[in-house]
Design a protein around this ligand. Structure first.
Ligand SMILES: Cc1cc2nc3c(=O)[nH]c(=O)nc-3n(C[C@H](O)[C@H](O)[C@H](O)COP(=O)(O)OP(=O)(O)OC[C@H]3O[C@@H](n4cnc5c(N)ncnc54)[C@H](O)[C@@H]3O)c2cc1C
Length: 388
């Protein structure tokens, strides 16, 4: 049995890596245990759109702080920049207009730049886009997208530089429980680690691990396909910014000048759950799902853009890829102490929109572990699904 410091963090996605970094930076002895490598799960496949626009204030605040952490990576990790601030554009129809205008005004008050554009101002900013059904466009000039793989690995590297131990290729098999307390983990290779606190940030594998210690949460896993479009030299002309369309239920972004990434969008924490044009598939086993995306699936995604961005339908289609969303019943993350269980914090259920908030969620979890109550995390408590 090894004492692995004060805290074990299971899972080196953006949340686990950020938790380990902030704990180590604050002087806590932490071991980050990952079955593959940092960003080896859904984080590494994230489109990583960054925005503060959420109908829920806590998500906006976490996203604003998340951007600050990402922008500080050159300083804290000695690495390059992983953020591309091309701006984020949203459009919605008449039904959502009042709620969206109110949210934009609130978020402006929280310190993010957030402009509400008239249909004409939207047309000036996005000449390739149709606007007939657009009631309001929201423009976030400070945001855009990140390199999720690079940023997460930089945060893990910064954690290691501050004393964190990072165990890669080290699957956790079981959470160890004594009475009401989680005392550590057993690894698949037979090693046993002990700590004062365990943080479980295992994304789609969370439910499986909870069940090894007699706990459960109503999480499920969905496969979400991304189409990759060949836009050699024109990506930023056709798709100049990160984009989310609440009317056609799709989103996208350029990836440098050559490629545009596009997918369908279900509402992702804005408080609305849309029927997606491409229905996501439930996945029973996150170790086995169809990672490839065939041309038929890609074409179906591109067709959702046909009336908004006609130029997009003429682009070539590269092989796409699919990633996993770990979903909660209300599409909001599940973060905090498990009721009735001591020394144990879960952070999961990010429901397809948890990259941008992840750096700040990790920071808040580190503070929860070492100090005190974190009001910003309280709406996400596991207690909304399980009683003590
Ligand atoms: C295609 C796609 C597009 C997305 N687009 C966006 C977007 O535009 N903006 C946005 O904000 N979010 C987006 N997301 C969502 C975002 O990527 C996730 O919410 C976020 O990355 C989740 O991070 P995490 O750290 O909670 O979990 P994960 O990334 O799932 O990390 C969990 C880690 O735990 C490890 N693990 C699991 N089991 C074990 C075990 N037994 N032992 C040890 N390690 C284990 C895994 O290997 C994994 O590395 C997207 C996701 C996908 C798939």
């Amino acid at each position: 049995m090894n004492k692995s410091g004060d805290v074990i963090v299971v899972g080196a996605g953006i949340v686990g890596s950020s938790t380990a970094y902030h704990l180590a930076a604050g002087g806590t002895a932490v071991t980050l245990v990952e079955q593959t490598h940092p960003a080896g799960g859904p984080t590494g496949k994230s489109s990583a759109l960054l925005h503060a626009f959420y109908l829920m204030p806590e998500l906006s605040q976490l996203a604003i702080r998340g951007l600050q952490v990402l922008l500080s990576l050159p300083e804290i990790a000695g690495a390059g920049s992983f953020v591309t601030q091309v701006g984020m554009m949203w459009v919605c129809g008449k039904d959502s207009e009042a709620a969206w205008r109110a949210a934009a005004a609130r978020i402006r008050g929280e310190g993010a730049r957030m402009e509400t554009l008239s249909p004409q101002a939207f047309a000036d900013a996005a000449p390739c886009f149709s606007r007939d059904d657009v009631a309001v466009a929201i423009w976030e000039p400070e945001f855009g997208y990140a390199d999720a793989f690079g940023a997460t690995n930089a945060i893990a590297k910064a954690a290691r530089a501050r004393g964190a131990t990072i165990m890669q290729n080290a699957p956790v098999r079981v959470l160890r429980r004594q009475g009401s307390r989680i005392t550590g983990v057993d690894l698949a290779n037979g090693d046993r680690l002990e700590a004062d606190t365990v943080v479980l940030a295992a994304g789609p594998w969370t439910r499986r691990l909870l069940q090894t210690a007699g706990m459960d949460l109503p999480l499920h896993v969905e496969r979400h396909p991304m189409a990759v479009l060949d836009a050699a030299g024109r990506a930023r002309t056709i798709m100049p910014f990160a984009w989310c369309d609440d009317i056609a239920c799709n989103y996208g972004r350029p990836d440098n000048e050559g490629v545009i990434l596009v997918g369908t969008w279900a509402g992702g924490g804005t408080g609305i759950r849309h029927d997606e044009p491409m229905q996501p598939r439930r996945v029973d086993d996150p170790d086995h799902y169809m990672e490839g995306v065939d041309e038929r699936e890609s074409v179906a995604i591109v067709e959702t853009f046909a009336s908004r961005i006609p130029a997009m339908t003429g682009l070539g289609i590269r092989p796409g890829y699919a990633g996993l969303y770990d979903m909660s019943p209300d599409d909001l993350p599940v973060i905090g102490a498990m009721p009735g269980v001591d020394n144990f914090i879960v952070a999961a259920g990010s429901s397809g929109h948890g990259f941008k908030t992840g750096p700040a969620v990790g920071e808040a979890i580190a503070q929860l572990v070492t100090r005190e109550r974190q009001r910003i995390l309280e709406p996400f408590s596991p207690g909304r699904f399980v009683a003590a």
